[in-house]
Design a protein around this ligand. Structure first.
Ligand code: CA
Length: 236
């Protein structure tokens, strides 16, 4: 955990009470904080203070959270900056847009500060991890995926996957810990010109779980949004 201290978290929220609450809990964990109360100020703070993670409220004056997220993702220096969106339950469609624009995670208001802090830590830990040395290899517990050889194995046992199952698994592994909407998965694996429905994704997720039982618990369905492959060290 020690390598996580001194990380800097930018909190963007226009409601002062929530801002203070979030700031208090994040600082209690030993992180440094920077705050912004509008979308424009958030962009300014990102470039001036170089935070390691952004907690971004959706409803903000000037520029809303979606626009901020989109701008951060489209700039090379901040394309990979971890972002957690704060959304309200009523804004579910905005949550989906947020995830499609590249937010890494979201927390629904009203939230417990503990949950938010846990997500912040999980995301920072993930961002901190050195990438796997061989870009062609993915490891997940006993599962190994070799992209160039198009092979998947569980321990020493090779598992045969169809092309789509393989593509789906690759996408989940590459973005582990992140919520992926059915549309994102459909476009990534089947392509934009595919005319099937998002049910296709559900069917293939089910088949992947049948072939790779260790994914049964690891791939979680996120309400009406989509799926997430949990990080190996991520709590339930
Ligand atoms: Ca707000």
């Amino acid at each position: 955990m020690s390598n996580l201290t001194y990380k800097k978290v930018l909190i963007v929220e226009d409601e002062r009470d929530i801002l203070q609450l979030v700031k208090h809990y994040i600082e209690k964990e030993g992180f440094r904080t920077v705050v912004a109360t509008s979308g424009l100020e958030a962009l300014k703070k990102v470039s001036e203070d170089k935070p390691d993670l952004v907690v971004l409220d959706l409803m903000l004056p000037e520029l809303d959270g979606l626009e901020v997220c989109k701008r951060l993702r489209s700039a090379p220096g901040t394309a990979m900056l971890p972002i957690i969106m704060l959304t309200a339950k009523a804004e579910e469609s905005d949550t989906i847009v947020g995830l499609e624009l590249g937010a890494d995670d979201y927390v629904t208001k009203p939230f417990s500060p503990k949950t938010l802090v846990a997500r912040v830590k999980a995301l920072l830990r993930r961002a901190d991890r050195t990438p796997e040395t061989d870009p062609d290899l993915y490891h997940y517990e006993t599962l190994t995926m070799n992209l160039s050889r198009h092979e998947v194995s569980l321990g020493k046992q090779e598992v045969t996957l169809t092309t789509k199952e393989f593509g789906l698994l690759e996408h989940l592994l590459r973005h582990r810990g992140r919520v992926l909407t059915r549309d994102v998965l459909l476009n990534a694996v089947w392509g934009y010109d595919y005319h099937g429905t998002t049910r296709t994704v559900d069917v293939h997720i089910r088949r992947l779980k049948q072939k790779l039982p260790l994914l049964e618990e690891a791939i979680v369905s996120i309400k009406s949004l989509g799926y997430k492959l949990k990080d190996v060290d991520e709590p339930g």
